[in-house]
Design a protein around this ligand. Structure first.
Ligand code: HT7
Ligand code: ZN
Length: 853
């Protein structure tokens, strides 16, 4: 396969002033007629006329109305075209029903829908399928009136009517905003709408609709509220107004990722938009709110200003994730949101950055761009923007963003453009900061302390492990937020941002009559790993006193982590300071329940495996599992007296609401329930299961029951109750694997793949089962490697049908070199079997080749 390099970018030779598309829908033989008005691009030096095209049957091609015979070549076609404005027309035939890859135009439950990012439009028609080619689209859709009563595309609907010859109808959509082909969308099917409207900041009324399959219309009101809140927030915080007369969202059951920001017609995985108290957990509600916001925010950061090429993906994704994090922090609790984001970063991005898939936030080469929609591009990309904001300050950030929107509206921009905006508006030299975009790896920051009776000094150093492409990592600008506390826990120095921009740098604070305690990297001010002095006593002090809520939580987490590492490596009992610190925090009713619920958590088993590996110890998954269980049991015992009260005091009464306060209380009560069940054998959980009127309560009770081995009947009852609901059944599939004993995980998974409702073609169901298998750390790595073989078998089966989802699931193997020689041999054998599979997709083959190194 060909490798594409950032350094090789050249502009397309032609400008497309207008695109007119006609779709004659048919499940197996859809006709697409495309008419492009082109002219030579004065800024391009290469006049080659190459259009991408894949899996297309060419019916005809014309230039200025004259039939021509283009040269069909690998990946598209070439033609000789005039060196002057001309009109290009093609008619192609495609087969949506046969499209199981879910890229291009495909069918899901009888509904036509599209997914064009990153390179799906080339499966719809011949086109320069690259983000820097932007044009104004007009789309006419013709479809059967019975099977496709709704015909949707981007922009505003300008015409509808019946077709004279038959039982068919048409709709014409016009999108006035020039856009790249990856933002094109079409949906047609039997859909019903949940409708609403909003008046924008300049007084325009926008019609809003969420389109779903009949029967799902009662699951749209939460999503609609989230959409309206997002629209208002973008006006209030960024001054960005919506720019079309209508905004449509469609829910689709078969979808490779979460959602897609197509201009004016966002398409969502149904799991990321449909919500009801009975079928969705609080975590689902929160995720739906964040994803609706994210896709909406792309209207400005992604659509109005798009990317010049796919190497600039973080330009839209990092910024839009940052904006959705800001939104969640504003709508819910800021500290809780920050902790959740850091947990996700550590769970997904740190392993990526520390393993064979490590790449810069802006990669410099790829074979398959779909493989670079990663936690590094998204989550670390968002952290980089957060650091920029911290460094320049809130007011300068706001000013820079105004300039970015003014200067680049309508552009396909680059990271250079983005940074220049900040340089121009703040006067700050960002050449060193730019390394955050080009250097891979997680910096390690080490802090030593000195005190001479008056001056307290923090000696900081940074280093990033070398990688094959980048053997010498240069120092980055790391904003380290620090506060100082006195012995009683009073803040003697409020948070200050120190700029660690060299390999080593010291920061002094004079006039200290006693040695202060530093609270370092407050609010997780940079995506780094921190080593500091003070050990467990420092952690216990900060857990009790830190005035920064993130670092207070972090102190507890680090105590738990140290306790677990000690138990795993020396067999020692859980750390009593951690347990007593936890009692104190959990009994502090002045603290937000959501925050206290987070305090209940402990490092994941895979995080512990990563830590052991970093300290040159091959992790033993069973030992990690056992130590984690022992700590959980110790917590249940230590907190035994408090648990019933914690549980009872945090019951939510009244009608169900997914607001922050109710969610926090349920989270705390359910965290207590999980431990309480170990004391009462599941009696309280069984009662909760019986009485629950919402999925958060029902699922938490079921998990607690399964955890204590008392859930089999409930599992069967749950299946009987919910077998009609795909999204709820995904939970049923996952939970059984997640709650299985390590030695039973592979068998449980295998059994579930034989269930009549296991459908490998549905990405949600495949991920529910295979994702749970790969995320059960001790089960996936259980002796003998049965889970490795099982996952590989299924990846080999899925690859010919859906390469994108197969390739994403391969990341389950990215940490394979952490483990002992025996496990590595088993893992290598499976990776080699997978990569040797005949006709393996470019997606999966790139992933496995990179993982094997
Ligand atoms: N920009 C989108 C990324 C995306 C995608 C979405 C659905 C299916 C396939 C996809 N490929 C790339 C989603 C987002 O980040 O907002
Ligand atoms: Zn996005």
């Amino acid at each position: 396969p060909q490798t594409i390099y950032l350094k090789d970018y050249t502009p397309f030779g032609y400008i497309i002033d207008a695109v007119d598309l006609t779709f004659r829908l048919d499940p197996t033989a859809t006709r697409v007629i495309s008419r492009l008005s082109l002219r030579p691009n004065p800024e391009a030096s290469d006049p080659c006329f190459f259009l991408h095209g894949e899996d297309l049957k060419l019916i005809s091609a014309k230039i200025d109305g004259q039939d021509i015979a283009p040269r069909l070549i690998e990946g598209g076609l070439e033609a000789d075209v005039p060196n002057a404005p001309f009109v290009w027309e093609t008619e192609v035939e495609i087969n949506p029903q046969a499209n199981t890859a879910l890229e291009g135009l495909y069918m899901s439950n009888g509904m036509y829908c599209t997914q064009c990012e990153a390179q799906g439009f080339r499966k719809i028609t011949y086109y320069p399928d690259r983000p820097d080619v932007m044009s104004v689209f007009t789309v006419r859709i013709e479809g059967n009136t019975d099977t496709t009563p709704q015909l949707l595309s981007n922009g505003n609907k300008v015409e509808t009517g019946a077709l004279s010859n038959s039982d068919a109808q048409f709709a014409v959509w016009h999108d006035p905003w020039p856009k790249p082909a990856y933002l094109f969308a079409l949906v047609a099917g039997d859909l019903v709408a949940h409708q609403d409207s909003i008046v924008t900041m300049s007084g325009k009324t926008v019609q809003l609709a969420i389109w779903v399959r009949p029967g799902d219309e009662n699951k749209c009101s939460f999503g609609m509220d989230a959409l309206k809140k997002s629209m208002r927030w973008d006006e209030d915080v960024y001054g960005r107004e919506y720019d079309l007369d209508e905004f449509n969202i469609v829910a689709v059951d078969d979808f490779n990722m979460g959602a897609m920001e197509n201009k004016g017609l966002n398409i969502f995985n149904s799991s990321c938009v449909l919500a009801s108290a009975e079928t969705s957990t609080d975590a689902n509600f929160e995720r739906i709110e964040a994803i609706i916001a994210h896709e909406y925010f792309h209207n400005w950061t992604g659509n109005r200003i798009t990317c010049r090429d796919w190497f600039q993906l973080c330009l839209k994704e990092g910024l839009t994730v940052f904006r959705d994090h800001q939104f969640t922090a504003d709508e819910r609790s800021a500290p809780v949101a920050r902790i959740d984001n850091v947990l996700a970063l550590r769970a997904r991005q740190f392993p990526e950055d520390q393993g064979p898939l490590s790449h810069p936030v802006r990669p410099e080469s790829f074979q398959e761009i779909n493989n670079f929609y990663t936690a590094t591009v998204y989550e670390k990309g968002a952290e980089v923007i957060g650091m920029l904001k911290t460094l320049v300050g809130d007011a300068a950030y706001a000013k820079a963003l105004d300039l970015y929107f003014d200067r680049h509206d309508g552009d396909a921009a680059t990271i250079e453009d983005w940074l220049k905006v900040f340089q121009d508006s703040t006067g700050r030299d960002l050449s060193q900061f730019k390394r955050w975009y080009s250097q891979s790896g997680t910096p390690q920051v080490t802090v030593r302390e000195d005190y001479d009776g008056d001056t307290f000094t923090l000696h900081m150093s940074q280093s990033t492990a070398p990688s094959t492409e980048q053997p010498n990592k240069l120092p980055q600008v790391i904003p380290v937020a620090v506060g100082l506390l006195d012995d009683a826990g009073n803040e003697i120095l409020p948070t200050q941002v120190l700029e660690l921009d060299q390999d080593e740098k010291s920061f002094s604070f004079s006039g200290m009559s006693a040695r202060p305690t530093p609270s370092i990297l407050r609010n997780f001010s940079a995506p780094v790993m921190l080593t500091q002095e003070g050990g467990n006593s420092r952690r216990a002090f900060l857990l009790a006193h830190d005035t920064d809520p993130f670092n207070r939580w972090e102190a507890g987490r680090m105590l738990a982590r140290a306790s677990l590492v000690d138990s795993i490596t020396t067999g020692s009992a859980p750390n009593p300071d951690y347990l007593s610190g936890l009692v104190a925090v959990l009994s502090d009713t002045t603290l937000d329940p959501a925050y206290r619920a987070l305090m209940f958590g402990q490092p994941t088993q895979s995080e512990l495996a990563g830590i052991l590996h970093e300290s040159s110890t091959a992790p033993d998954p069973q030992a990690i599992h056992d130590a984690s269980e022992t700590l959980r049991a110790a917590k249940a015992e230590t907190l035994a007296d408090m648990l019933p009260d914690l549980y009872a005091q945090n019951q939510v009464t009244g009608p169900f609401s997914p607001d922050a306060e109710a969610v926090g209380k349920r989270a705390l009560a359910n965290a207590a329930l999980a431990l309480l069940s170990r004391q009462d054998g599941g009696a309280t959980a069984a009662l909760q299961y019986q009485n629950s009127d919402n999925m958060t309560q029902q699922l938490a009770a079921l998990a607690a029951l399964l955890d204590v081995g008392a859930g089999d009947d409930h599992l069967a009852a749950f299946e009987a109750q919910w077998s009609h609901d795909r999204l709820v059944m995904d939970k049923w599939f996952s939970l059984q694997i997640m709650q299985a004993k390590p030695e039973d995980v592979a068998d449980t998974t295998r059994r579930l793949t034989l269930h009549a409702d296991f459908d490998m073609k549905n990405p949600n169901r495949f991920r529910a089962v295979m994702g749970a298998l790969s995320m059960h750390h001790a089960g996936f790595h259980h002796d003998g490697g049965a889970a490795y073989t099982l996952l590989t078998d299924w990846l080999i089966k899925l690859d010919p049908l859906n390469p994108q989802t197969t390739a994403r699931m391969c990341s389950a193997f990215q940490t394979w070199t952490r483990y002992d020689a025996g496990r590595q041999a088993l893992l290598r054998a499976q990776l080699e079997r997978l990569v040797a599979t005949p006709n393996l997709s470019r997606d999966t083959s790139e992933m496995i080749t990179r993982i094997l190194g």
